[in-house]
Design a protein around this ligand. Structure first.
Ligand code: SF4
Ligand code: SF4
Length: 84
């Protein structure tokens, strides 16, 4: 599970740079979750958000990605990074 406190976000774009799955975009000078289904809950965005605007709770994100891509053969539109 991932969430953002938009009132805290300064729009620095760091979360976009560190996310391996293109989950974020900047819209209206704030980070926005545009593809939350791609999130593998790695925590990189939370770790690199110096304003503490992002919260990532470890859950089943990686498992869901494995099932989608390796079992069901549903390709996620990302750059080929693996989740674990
Ligand atoms: S790293 Fe944090 S402050 Fe920077 S754009 Fe992302 S959510 Fe906003
Ligand atoms: S937890 Fe990882 S995959 Fe999910 S949005 Fe943050 S950087 Fe991207």
């Amino acid at each position: 599970m991932i969430s953002i406190a938009e009132e805290i976000c300064t729009g620095c774009s760091m979360c976009l740079k560190v996310c391996p799955h293109g989950v974020w975009r900047i819209q209206g000078e704030k980070a926005t979750l545009v593809s939350p289904e791609r999130c593998i809950e790695c925590g990189a965005c939370q770790l690199n958000c110096h304003d503490g605007a992002i919260s990532v709770t470890k859950g089943t994100g990686c498992l869901v990605t494995i099932i989608r891509e390796d079992v069901l053969k549903i390709k996620t539109a990302h750059d080929g990074e693996t989740c674990c």
